[in-house]
Design a protein around this ligand. Structure first.
Ligand SMILES: Cc1ncc(COP(=O)(O)O)c(C=O)c1O
Length: 387
């Protein structure tokens, strides 16, 4: 299943033996013409499917007029994105800073939590992953990434991070005192294995942050943009953070991250405090505006819930499946065996699924436009592989 990397490239990725040339909906087609059913979604990016015609048209139309201008000017495509984002995002998170990736969005969120409170310490949940800048590595709840922060000179940041249990809400309030600048949490932990932190824990964090004057940050880089059955997990659970980050699914594959801020945080940010060259550029903004319109107009969050029920029902009676974790279309199939050979066997059957930090979990993060027939095809293939 794995292929040799190009010798000119740093060998940091294990590459699949598939070179996608085209994509449509939940299908990707390799250079050799082989068609794959994509339940990995290009790493949760293809929320509206691969190459949705409305998104492609918006990109083409923008590219023909203007590829780039910076934040020195207002842009119609940026305005269009901000308008639809304000309509779809949880209230009152109506102030937005646009960046280029999930890690950058979270890095900004952590900076603002520290700057606006004048405090330094951050609480993270065990299993949380927030990106690969030095500050976000140090804010991971997975030891492997904390070790990378350590060996990269991030000891001071690590010392300012408290790792809290992800599944023991009763332990959280004691950890969130008046020395804490902020708490960062993925409402559904992606890399950990599609673990749903749950509304009760999020409510506990909300109350504890309010009591301590700390900033609550939801990292919805992976679970946001409709995947949990609402535009954000904040809306799905009814718990509103002070800062919410989006990336992956927001611009259908063009690089973009967004930091959504409550007015009480935004009020403390002055001109010049943040900046980026490419963030908020015309091309990703045109793509993101069209993509969010598709998510709204096709009710893709509603579709995620329908498909979640179908997948859960279809996989429930498999003996090798211990449980199904997650929410909406960010699901973990927890197996009674290592997931890697199962992932390989599915690849042989032309189906792409994700893995997770937990070696027994297959992670499903398909496009929300997956059809019933495609979901059933995956269910049948998994039955075959596991029996
Ligand atoms: C929850 C979460 N946060 C942050 C990131 C980092 O995003 P990016 O790779 O766009 O920097 C990821 C990427 O996998 C993620 O899943």
């Amino acid at each position: 299943m794995l292929t040799q990397a190009n010798p000119a490239e740093l060998p940091v990725y294990a590459r699949l033996a598939l070179q996608p040339e085209r994509g449509a909906g939940a299908t990707v087609v390799g250079a050799d013409g082989r068609r794959f059913l994509d339940l990995y979604g290009g790493h949760a990016v293809a929320v509206s499917g691969h190459c949705h015609p409305r998104v492609v048209a918006a990109i083409r139309e923008q590219a023909e007029r203007l590829l780039f201008y910076s934040n020195a000017v207002p842009l119609a495509s940026r305005d269009r994105l901000l308008t639809i984002l304000a309509e779809m995002a949880p209230k009152p998170l109506d102030q937005v800073f646009l960046v280029n990736s999930g890690a950058e969005a979270n890095d900004v969120a952590l900076q603002l939590a520290r700057r606006t409170t004048g405090r330094r310490r951050i609480v993270v949940l065990e299993g949380g992953f927030h990106g690969r800048t030095l500050a976000t590595l140090a804010a991971s709840g997975i030891q492997r990434y904390r070790d990378l922060a350590d060996s990269s000179g991030g000891q001071a940041l690590l010392d300012l991070t408290v790792v809290a249990p992800w599944d023991r809400p009763e332990r959280l309030p004691a950890l969130i005192d008046e020395t804490i600048a902020g708490v960062i949490v993925e409402p559904v932990q992606g890399l950990a294995g599609a673990r749903d932190v749950g509304a009760e824990t999020l409510r506990t964090l909300r109350r504890a942050c309010d009591a301590a004057g700390a900033v609550l940050i939801f990292d919805e880089v992976q679970c946001g943009c409709g995947r949990t059955g609402a535009f954000t997990a904040a809306q799905a659970t009814g718990v509103t953070p002070d800062v919410l980050t989006l990336a992956k699914g927001i611009a259908a594959g063009l690089p973009m991250g967004a930091v959504l801020l409550a007015p009480r945080i935004a009020r403390q940010v002055a001109q010049g405090d943040l900046g980026t060259t490419f963030g908020g550029g015309p091309l990703p903004c045109a793509a993101a505006a069209a993509n969010l319109e598709v998510i709204r107009d096709e009710d893709l969050p509603g579709r995620a819930l329908v498909l979640e029920r179908r997948l859960r029902r279809g996989l429930a009676d498999l003996r090798a499946v211990r449980s199904i974790s997650g929410r909406g279309l960010l699901l973990g199939v927890v197996l009674d065996r290592p997931a890697r050979p199962v992932q390989l066997a599915l690849f042989e059957r032309s189906i792409l699924v994700g893995s997770a930090n937990d070696p027994s979990v297959l992670r499903l993060l398909p496009p929300l436009v997956l059809t019933d027939g495609e979901a059933d095809h995956f269910i049948a293939a998994l039955h075959e592989v596991l029996s």
